[in-house]
Design a protein around this ligand. Structure first.
Ligand code: ATP
Length: 864
């Protein structure tokens, strides 16, 4: 059989049992069952066994294994069993967590999965790209990522980047013509598109010929990388910290062991001390707490309309210090309605437009023809600027379907945001006419004639001045103005960009796109949080400034600059002046990347929004690239780190707040874990130096570190954001988590807990050494449970929002401790002394509460 690129359309329709009206929904369902979903098979995942054993490949775990062996050799068989059990439990936990994290990443991925536009049952509709089947009629346009392989049926200047397949970064001009050649390399199959290619320009109608693993990319790639996540900077710095900690612990253990032996302690006892110290010091729960904290954060953000594509972004979000945002649809509602119409006969309110007037009618017809939007039922499909023109046509009594039926499109030059124009070709009144719409300044500079009273005449300077003044007046009311023009082409032929000159000016249409209600408060939040909001838009400077002023982005002393001005400014100059500029108007996508760089060179962490196909480089350059879930192109979503499912600026600010909160929670839980461990270390060191008996056994320490300490640490991660977080300046991403303040708090709090633990130890020692250890263990455990409340935030507990998890954590931890103390069956395992009485328990509770009391009183005093 002939190759796909050699066959005629009719043959293909027959073979794929389809037509230009597409498949029926029912047929598509059946085909989906037969061919399977349109996605690549994922790479082989790590199996459970592998993940389980990987949990043991950690220096700290190795230290624990050595401790278990030593414990066995020195006769503490229970200790060995407990340590081994704990290690196995820990590994199981780690394994479960690994797969849960993988699953949650997958669900995030599914949320950001692409859609495809198809024709089914004769109607244009959007379906998830995974549901595409061979035989579907796929509609591609600039900004899409082709979701399947297909043969081009209709081509409108389609340009495609196939670098994913061919490695060739140049755009390829596609065509719909047959190619009569049997052997043809991929790059030369000009009438085909391949899954994974980026559509950089134009539009095409394509017959899907291959989906899923049947595509060219499926054949080469065969396996897609699975949802594995690289470690985030925080995770890496903590891994690094753990490694250093391991060496320090080992060194101290050796010293303590040497000290014991030198003092004449029995070898076995000296070893026990060393083991206890190692176990006390190792923060076993640390890495899982960080991962859980990040995961909780991403889930919460997803619920609040911000889909994070990788955990790394959660951390960077908290550091964002400048947000460069698009205007249309992000700061504004993107609900455009036509307000005013201008022709040479004057400006008219939208309500008073008269279709019988030839000039008004011509303007409406041009707006409908030079337009890719559609209205189907209540749904508006396509660019809101364009659907607004269709709604306007209906409002004046017309119907876009009739107009488009009367004057079918013969050719086109699609809109692009660099050129800011769009043109289409039609037969109208016996003439072949090109209709053009676009930004007024651009279109006007290409006009040499103007329509007046049904005739065309040369445009004069006076006309130009009048139109410019009118555009200015409409824009300064915050209206978005489009200009319309036409040109006789003479014959039906392919349009080129050269055609978009010597146009005849028809008129202006101004539409209103009101700011979102949330924008002004969100901008105020940004400013309070030390984050600079900047507006970057393709719209007119006057329109942009009016809206920026209204929502608070453009303030006294700030500047608004046009893209054209940027052309004359060097990168160095831009770097020096970037902080003065709050509004960039009429920019092209390549300006965006310069603006981001300029901010970054000033040391800022930049978030940047983008929706178009050309925005991808700027989104990649930004520290946090943000794509629009509703209106964004697939290419932009691909390049972004975060996707807004509601396209809303306020969601970005909320996400930054959440990012800060995640970091604060993780930091607080680290503080909680490390200060508790420090208390354990100090106590062991103290007793070892004074030659006192061992205060805790390894089993007791593991009980605290793994069980009772994990709960409050988890609860801290569930802490909700408070308004406080937006009162601070953004965090410096280079700043280590162990700041001086942090270490100071750590030492003070760990010290306090150690002091009460040592007091409890002495109280018990008065009776017998066994009781001393039991009292020290119970006090350390309970004091750390209380300390969980201190670590919820830096405010006093009375000034924090409610967090039921923290009470739950305390209750469960307390119950676990009490069962160990009170059930005699557990006494042997945990080395609990039988002499423990109710009085002792009261003493334990009293002592354990003291550090928290002191810390809270200090906060109350300071708060006042
Ligand atoms: P933002 O960058 O904030 O999203 P924008 O929509 O104005 O704003 P672009 O899409 O780059 O940015 O559009 C640039 C300009 O091109 C617009 O201000 C408008 O004048 C013109 N324009 C926008 N959409 C169309 C269109 N579909 N056809 C013709 N001209 C358009």
């Amino acid at each position: 059989m002939d190759k796909l690129w050699m066959r005629k359309k009719e043959e293909l329709f027959r073979e794929y049992e389809t037509s230009k009206h597409g498949l029926s929904g029912e047929d598509a369902e059946k085909r989906l069952e037969k061919h399977g979903e349109n996605k690549l098979r994922e790479g082989k995942r790590k199996g459970i066994v592998q993940v389980f054993f990987e949990q043991f490949a950690d220096l700290l775990v190795v230290i624990l294994i050595v401790a278990a062996i030593i414990s066995a050799l020195t006769g503490g068989m229970e200790g060995t069993i407990v340590i081994i059990t704990v290690l196995i439990l820990n590994a199981i936990l780690g394994t479960v967590q690994h797969f849960k994290a993988e699953k949650s990443l997958e669900s995030l991925k599914a949320m950001s999965a692409p859609n495809a536009r198809v024709i089914r049952d004769g109607e244009k509709m959007e379906v998830p790209a995974v549901k595409l089947v061979p035989g579907d009629i796929l509609l591609l346009e600039a900004g899409d990522v082709a979701a399947a392989d297909g043969r081009i049926l209709e081509n409108h200047s389609l340009q495609v980047s196939e670098s994913a397949l061919t490695g060739e970064s140049e755009n390829v001009n596609k065509s719909a013509d047959l190619i009569e050649k049997e052997e043809l390399p991929l790059g030369d199959r000009l009438n085909m598109v391949f899954s994974g290619s980026l559509i950089s320009y134009g539009r095409a109608v394509v017959l899907v010929t291959g989906t899923g693993m049947e595509t060219e990319i499926g054949k080469i790639a065969n396996l897609m990388e699975s949802a594995q996540e690289k470690a985030t900077p925080l995770q890496r710095s903590l891994d690094d910290f753990s490694k250093k900690l391991s060496f320090v612990i080992l060194a101290i253990c050796v010293v303590v062991f040497g000290l014991g032996v030198w003092r004449g302690q029995a070898l076995a006892d000296a070893l026990m001390f060393a083991v206890a110290l190692a176990v006390a010091a190792i923060p076993e729960a640390l890495s899982s707490i960080v991962t859980i904290g990040l995961a909780i954060g991403t889930q919460k953000m997803a619920k609040e309309n911000a889909i994070i594509k990788n955990l790394r972004a959660v951390e960077s979000l908290g550091c964002v210090s400048v947000i460069c945002s698009d205007k249309t649809g992000t700061l504004t509602q993107n609900k455009m309605t036509v307000q005013k119409v201008f022709t040479l006969s004057g400006t008219t309110d939208a309500d008073d437009v008269d279709c019988d007037k030839k000039q008004h009618r011509e303007l409406i017809v041009t707006g409908v023809l030079c337009n890719d939007g559609a209205i189907s039922g209540d749904a508006k499909i396509g660019d809101p600027t364009e659907t607004a023109l269709l709604s306007f046509c209906r409002k004046t009594g017309g119907h876009e379907g009739d107009i488009r039926g009367d004057y079918p499109r013969l050719g086109e030059l699609p809109f692009d945001s660099d050129r800011k124009l769009m043109s289409t070709l039609h037969q109208l009144d016996g003439k072949i006419l090109m209709m053009t719409k676009g930004a007024p300044d651009v279109l006007l500079s290409r006009c040499n004639k103007i329509v007046e009273n049904d005739t065309n005449r040369e445009i004069t300077q006076k006309d130009l001045d009048r139109i410019i003044a009118e555009n200015q007046a409409l824009s300064s009311q915050g209206l978005r103005v489009l200009a319309f023009g036409k040109k006789e082409i003479g014959e039906q032929r392919r349009l080129t960009l050269e055609d978009e000159r010597d146009l005849t000016f028809i008129g202006l249409i101004a539409m209103m796109d009101p700011p979102r209600l949330e924008s002004a408060p969100a901008v105020a939040d940004c400013l309070r949080a030390g984050i600079r909001p900047v507006m970057i838009t393709g719209d007119h400077k006057v329109t942009a400034s009016a809206i920026a002023k209204e929502i608070g982005i453009l303030q006294e002393g700030d500047r608004a600059v046009e893209g054209a001005e940027l052309e004359h400014i060097s990168d160095e100059e831009l770097r020096d002046m970037v902080k003065e500029i709050s509004v960039y108007a009429r920019v092209s996508p390549e300006h965006k990347i310069r603006i981001v760089r300029a901010w970054q060179e000033n040391g800022y962490i930049a978030a940047m929004t983008g929706d178009g196909v050309n925005d991808a480089p700027a989104l990649k350059q930004a520290d946090i690239g943000i794509a629009m879930g509703i209106t964004g192109t697939e290419v932009s979503k691909d390049a972004a780190a975060m996707i807004l499912t509601d396209d809303n600026f306020a969601t970005i600010v909320k996400a930054v707040g959440n990012g800060r909160n995640v970091y604060a929670n993780i930091k607080n839980s680290i503080q909680f874990l490390l200060s508790g461990n420090l208390a354990g270390i100090i106590t062991v060191l103290f007793t070892s130096l004074l030659g006192l008996p061992l205060p805790f056994t390894a089993v007791q320490l593991l009980f605290i570190n793994l069980l009772t300490d994990s709960l409050p640490a988890l609860a801290v991660n569930m802490e909700k954001p408070t308004g406080d977080l937006l009162n601070d300046k953004p965090r410096n991403p280079k700043e280590s988590i162990l700041t001086r303040d942090f270490v100071k708090r750590l030492v003070l709090q760990g010290g306090l807990i150690a002091v009460v633990t040592i007091i409890a130890f002495y109280v018990g020692l008065g009776e017998n050494p066994g009781l001393a250890s039991t009292m020290a263990f119970a006090t350390l455990c309970l004091a750390r449970l209380f300390h969980g409340f201190n670590c919820r935030g830096i405010r006093s507990i009375f000034r924090l929002p409610n967090n039921p998890y923290s009470y739950g954590a305390f209750a469960i931890g307390g119950a676990l401790l009490m069962s160990v103390l009170l059930f005699s069956g557990l006494h042997q395992l945990f080395d609990i002394n039988n002499a423990l009485t109710a009085t002792h328990i009261l003493q334990i509770v009293g002592l354990a509460f003291v550090p928290t009391l002191i810390i809270q009183l200090e906060r109350l005093a300071r708060g006042r």
